[in-house]
Design a protein around this ligand. Structure first.
Ligand SMILES: NC(=O)c1ccc[n+]([C@@H]2O[C@H](COP(=O)([O-])OP(=O)(O)OC[C@H]3O[C@@H](n4cnc5c(N)ncnc54)[C@H](OP(=O)(O)O)[C@@H]3O)[C@@H](O)[C@H]2O)c1
Length: 253
């Protein structure tokens, strides 16, 4: 049972690289309570204790794949770091049960994204292709730069991620390019590099004949994404139904 002062958190993708960090950060925070840990139906971790998997010690929350056999208390907020095909099903379940959402998974196709956004008609959800506060600030700076530089500047965006990342370009690269494209006539070129274990770098290059200007964000550790997702979870809990962004989390009251 969650105490009145605790926010109940569910994590989809709890056995993954990033979801595991969310589980660990949640278990370290006395104001949060992990109540649900989801993985794929074929996960080798089904039935294992989510806390033990991240080296925290037993949390009393077994990893499950079956929302019908939901284990433990229903979360106040479900944080999704899984796969695009799972997000719509999770969002539908959350909408049905009044659970707020932080959708941090990326790479959805148009139908998957539409299904996720539809949940926003019934529950509050943060759609966050990047949960880093620094990227939210970069997005604002980028809008200003794109609006301020004239058409003689070429714009190219480079995203660098670890070799096992599934989507290319990254969700963040697409979102940043959309911001620039809204301010300029020529579409922004995107190059995606998949290298080693890089958590996530994004650089937007502006270049004219005589000068260049580049804006870079570099994630140094995946815990950044976990901390940002939990910040979004605290912010979204108890809000009106709707689709919100990390910009709202950081800058709206
Ligand atoms: N928004 C952000 O700031 C941000 C930051 C980092 C990553 N991401 C995104 O988050 C997602 C996860 O990234 P990652 O690097 O952590 O991936 P990962 O290490 O491959 O983890 C994926 C997780 O999803 C689970 N999963 C796989 N298929 C599933 C299904 N059908 N239903 C439910 N769960 C399923 C996996 O469970 P098992 O392996 O146990 O089967 C695992 O727990 C990606 O879309 C990535 O782009 C977003």
């Amino acid at each position: 049972m969650t105490q009145a002062s605790e926010l109940g958190i569910g994590v989809a993708g709890a056995t993954g690289r990033t979801g595991g960090r969310v589980v660990a950060a949640c278990l370290r925070d006395p104001e949060l309570r992990l109540v649900l840990a989801l993985a794929s139906p074929t996960s080798s971790a089904l039935g294992s204790d989510a806390g033990e998997l991240v080296g925290h010690g037993a949390a009393g929350v077994p990893v499950t794949a079956d929302l019908r056999e939901e284990v433990g208390a229903r979360p106040d907020v479900l944080i999704d770091f899984s796969v695009p095909s799972a997000s719509a099903r999770l969002a539908g379940w959350a909408a049905e049960h009044g659970v707020a959402l932080v959708i941090a998974t990326t790479g959805h196709d148009a139908a998957e994204l539409e299904a996720v956004r539809a949940a926003g008609q019934r529950v509050p959800l943060v759609l966050a292709p990047n949960t880093s506060p620094g990227v939210a600030v970069l997005a604002r700076a980028l809008r200003l730069v794109a609006r301020s530089l004239d058409a003689s500047f070429d714009v190219e965006l480079v995203d660098v991620h670890h070799r096992t990342k599934r989507d290319a370009p990254s969700g963040t690269a697409r979102a940043l390019a959309a911001i620039v494209d809204a301010e300029r006539e020529r579409p922004t070129g995107i190059s995606s590099l998949r290298l080693g274990g890089v958590p996530g770098d994004h650089t937007v290059h502006f270049a004219a004949q005589d000068e260049t200007l580049s804006l870079t964000h570099r994630a140094l550790d995946r815990t950044l994404f976990a901390t940002g997702a939990l910040r979004a979870a605290r912010w979204i809990a108890g809000r009106e139904a709707g689709v919100y962004s990390m910009d709202d989390v950081l800058f709206a009251s």
